[in-house]
Design a protein around this ligand. Structure first.
Ligand code: NCD
Length: 304
């Protein structure tokens, strides 16, 4: 990997299990509503080239809870609309005094690209179909609030694996912590390289087989346009892969059900599943704040 500023978080791929554990531990310390002005005087730029609700708001709240000033730059309404390049945009943000840039971009590799041209840390808030490292960290954090350890847990990931940066980051993180992962979705949504993403990955043809005995069921968003683009009918997807209560009953009794959001009720999961006792979907959003506080503190080296 080319040289980037210390504290950058570009993907899970380059993180060691010990670093992951360190971030999760720091997140636990951050998990209070007590003000912690560790980053007072720092300027955090949030550069979003794609839509976002949870990721953007939780990064902003995390930064402000640490006493940092935040500025949001969206592709619409900025000079990006006038055709300014990505690199010229980030040089501008650096010139106005950014100490750190959080970026979401539709192109895989965009955070890595800007990080190699900047002397400040860059945090990847989702790049194309590549990675979404803070989502994987908050998912691990959420699992650990319900399970003693991730090692040996059976995790089923169901939905559009192929287009999902959430799946890519989750698979890497959970394999580094030695979970047993089973992927499930229409073959069109399972990358050929799926099993090479991490050692020991299983692929299940039926959702029943994937969910049976699972400790964690992670459901991914499924987009109607993508189903159409892959020639998979909506009805067929729902019949074969939708996570329903009867299917969820095949999982362990104390299994948790996760989804990175935004959820499409009635497509990848039913209303009952989204709102059931085992659903931690809202808790995941909540946990995004302490986890992102930890990632920002690690990047900007605030004293604890
Ligand atoms: C995801 C994303 O944008 O990658 N959402 C999120 O950040 N919580 C998942 C998705 O859009 O499917």
């Amino acid at each position: 990997m080319e040289k980037v500023a210390r504290g950058s978080l570009l993907g899970i791929e380059h993180l060691e299990a010990a670093e992951i554990a360190g971030i999760l531990k720091l997140a636990r310390q951050m998990d209070t509503r007590k003000p912690r002005p560790l980053l007072r005087g720092k300027r955090i730029l949030l550069l979003f080239y794609e839509a976002s609700t949870r990721t953007r708001s939780s990064f902003e709240i995390a930064a402000q809870s640490l006493g940092a000033a935040t500025t949001l730059v969206l592709s619409s309404g900025s000079s990006i609309e006038k055709g300014e390049s990505l690199l010229d945009t980030v040089y501008t943000l650096r010139a106005v005094g950014a100490d750190l840039i959080v970026i979401r971009h539709p192109n895989a590799g965009a955070p890595q690209f800007i990080a190699t041209h900047l002397d400040i840390p860059v945090i990847n808030a989702g790049d194309g179909m590549h990675e979404h490292p803070t989502q994987a960290l908050l998912d691990a954090y959420t699992i650990l609030r319900h399970k003693k350890t991730i090692t040996g847990l059976n995790v089923a990931i169901v939905g559009d694996i192929y287009h999902s940066r959430v799946a890519r980051s989750a698979v890497q993180l959970l394999s580094k912590l030695r979970a047993k992962i089973t992927l499930c979705g229409p073959p069109e949504f399972l990358p050929e390289v799926a099993t090479t993403l991490a050692p020991g990955l299983q692929i299940s043809r039926t959702v029943e087989d994937a969910i049976r005995g699972a400790d964690v069921v992670m459901v991914l968003r499924v987009q109607k346009e993508r189903l159409a683009g892959m020639n998979v009918s909506l009805d067929d997807y729902i019949t074969r892969y939708q996570v329903t209560l009867p299917r969820l009953r095949l999982a362990k009794k104390d299994a948790i059900i996760m989804h990175p959001g935004p959820i499409i009720r009635g497509l990848e999961l039913t209303w009952e599943v989204a709102d059931c006792r085992q659903s931690v979907i809202v808790e995941e959003v909540r946990n995004g704040v302490p986890v992102r506080m930890a990632v920002l503190t690690r990047a900007l080296g605030g004293r604890r």
